[in-house]
Design a protein around this ligand. Structure first.
Ligand SMILES: O=C(O)C(=O)C[C@H](O)C(=O)CO
Ligand SMILES: [Zn+2]
Length: 274
């Protein structure tokens, strides 16, 4: 079963008037992981799509998605998949890839129908593409590791870059995930914006009762979203994206836009945030 929800782009002057429920409707991605379903959110931020596929021992095929207006979803798109569950397989273009928890698969434009199977919980990201880059499976050991933060600032963390120019080629999609060390709670602090790229976060590896207080909004108009395990947030180009968690967590970041330069960020120091 395939469900697609559309999120339209919101202007920052409107976002600052939203109450909690309206903020959540417009920026929180919840309910993406349901047994036996593929659930996608089609955003109008760089036409970036995020979602989940949970085959739960069976198999689920993603092919035609009416929102893209193409015969097959990947006819003019590339895709990045992260398995956040147990071992599962993804089959595309006649090849089957076995993904362990934390493995990433990049599918180039024109890969055709994609079939998810096994016990994987697959996080799906997709951006429009203009050429075919080679499909590639990237294990955790193949990712580029960047250590950031320190214990004193409660933000010691490891950034793992998978779909990233230093690791492999893609059209515009970049993707990786960041894991907090025990006792550290803050991600992406100091915060930043990057008007050149939108970004989507998916929080996972959390206890059911835990929450991340995700900060969004223009730097001088911040708002927060209480985010549970396996929930995501779409971050418009004008918004900061940062958070503090109750307990440990990992978050998948994925971006699309004018450049693939991970370090192209406009930093905002805590004293400048409102
Ligand atoms: O913890 C961090 O810092 C990050 O992981 C930053 C995100 O990846 C990001 O916002 C990239 O633009
Ligand atoms: Zn960012």
């Amino acid at each position: 079963m395939l469900t697609v929800h559309t999120l339209h782009a919101v202007h920052q002057s409107q976002a600052k008037t939203f109450d909690t429920a309206t903020l959540r409707e417009n920026f929180l991605i919840d309910g993406a992981f349901r047994s036996g379903e593929i659930r996608l959110t089609y955003t109008h931020y760089d036409r970036f799509v995020v979602g989940g596929a949970v085959p739960d021992g069976g198999s689920l095929t993603l092919d035609t998605v009416a929102e893209s207006g193409t015969d097959s979803f990947l006819d003019r798109r590339e895709m990045g998949i992260v398995n956040i569950g147990e071992t599962g397989t993804v089959e595309a273009g006649g090849t089957s890839y076995t993904l362990e928890r934390g493995d990433v698969l990049y599918l180039g434009m024109g890969s055709g129908a994609v079939t998810f199977a096994g016990q994987g919980r697959f996080y799906i990201t997709s951006a429009p593409a203009h050429r075919t880059c080679p499909t590639r499976q990237i294990a955790i050991g193949d990712a580029k590791e960047v250590k950031l933060g320190d214990v004193a600032s409660s933000n010691k963390r490891t950034i793992r870059q998978f779909i990233h120019p230093d690791v492999m080629e893609s059209c515009q999609l970049t993707l990786g995930y960041t894991t907090l060390e025990d006792g550290s709670v803050w991600n992406t602090m100091p915060a930043h914006t990057h008007d050149r790229r939108m970004e989507a976060y998916l929080y996972w590896g959390m206890e059911d009762a835990a929450r991340v207080v995700h900060l969004m909004g223009e730097p001088t108009e911040t708002r927060h979203l209480m985010v549970a395990n396996e929930e995501g947030v779409v971050s418009p180009p004008w918004s900061i994206h940062a958070g503090a968690g109750i307990g440990g967590y990992t978050f998948i970041w994925a971006m699309a836009g004018d450049n693939q330069s991970f370090t192209d960020m406009d930093f905002v120091q805590p004293a400048e945030l409102r």
